[in-house]
Design a binder for this molecule. Structure first.
Ligand SMILES: C[S@@+](CC[C@H](N)C(=O)[O-])C[C@H]1O[C@@H](n2cnc3c(N)ncnc32)[C@H](O)[C@@H]1O
Length: 254
């Protein structure tokens, strides 16, 4: 099932069983043990959103949210509305269930504390973000390839475009759709995996495309200005399967 050559000609998004994606297994594997690299990703995302234009509350989309509230935690300080645009029905249900109860898992308490720290003392953020998230969030089942154009003020994407396909053309189409979903002048912030050879969730294989900051900058320069892609959090050993560091992208939609 893997693009052994890493040449971008492997399996496409439609060839994976997204509707059998085991949300709880994924959460347990990737987020049950908060890692310093998660904190770094969050800091980068919050910094980008804090600086996002226009001033005031924004309508923000997160693409491929998966079983993860971190994107919402990063966006809450700037959000008047939040949309999770997620493809797998299992993940859509999982996110809705997480937002249904005010009792945060201990992990969410840690991640939320990191988000508040990243925003800093000048921001008034609630001790428990879940009630406000429930008010502001819409969870939509949809594909990145079907995102409406020029709709949101800002967009985030964490480990999605490179983790849904082995095909370079699909990766570029996903990035283009992500970038175009934002109104001109809006902020784009996204994290991508590097040096990874695919990932497994509850015994099912899922893809990862190999990337460099140069590739990401080349792709985003077609849709955005002020494009910056930085290698961050690279570790010498794999701390979680399928993960060995990330690239953080920021840009302004054109
Ligand atoms: C590696 S997971 C990342 C999840 C989460 N954003 C995170 O940071 O852990 C990839 C996500 O992309 C979603 N996905 C797969 N195909 C997609 C598509 N065509 N459009 C949007 N999301 C998709 C999967 O269901 C999954 O939630």
């Amino acid at each position: 099932m893997h693009d052994k050559n890493g040449d971008g000609h492997g399996h496409g998004n439609a060839e994976y069983q997204w509707n059998l994606f085991d949300s709880e297994s994924y959460f347990q594997h990737y987020y049950s043990d908060p890692h310093p690299d998660d904190k770094l990703v969050m800091r980068h995302a919050v910094e980008a959103l804090k600086a996002a234009e226009p001033a005031g509350d924004l309508d923000i989309v997160d693409v491929g949210t998966g079983p993860n509230l971190i994107p919402f935690f990063c966006a809450l300080g700037r959000a008047k509305r939040l949309t999770a645009w997620e493809y797998a029905a299992t993940n859509v249900d999982w996110i809705k269930r997480e937002l249904d109860t005010d009792d945060m898992r201990p992990q969410w308490q840690t991640y939320w504390a990191w988000a508040r720290e990243a925003y800093g003392p000048d921001w008034t953020l609630p001790a428990n973000p879940i009630p406000e998230l429930r008010e502001k969030c819409t969870v939509t089942q949809g594909s990145v390839f079907d995102l409406p154009a020029r709709t949101w003020d800002a967009a985030t994407m964490f480990f999605c475009a490179e983790s849904i396909t082995e095909r370079q053309d699909e990766f570029e189409a996903a990035c283009a759709a992500f970038a175009r979903s934002v109104k001109p002048g809006g902020t784009l912030a996204a994290a991508f995996l590097v040096r990874s050879g695919g990932y497994v969730v509850a015994d099912r294989p899922f893809p990862v495309l190999k990337l460099s900051p140069e590739t990401i900058e080349r792709v985003f320069k077609q849709h955005a200005s002020d494009v910056k892609a930085e290698l961050i959090g690279i570790v010498e050993r794999e701390v979680r399967s399928g993960y060995s560091g990330f690239i953080f992208l920021t840009g302004t939609a054109t």
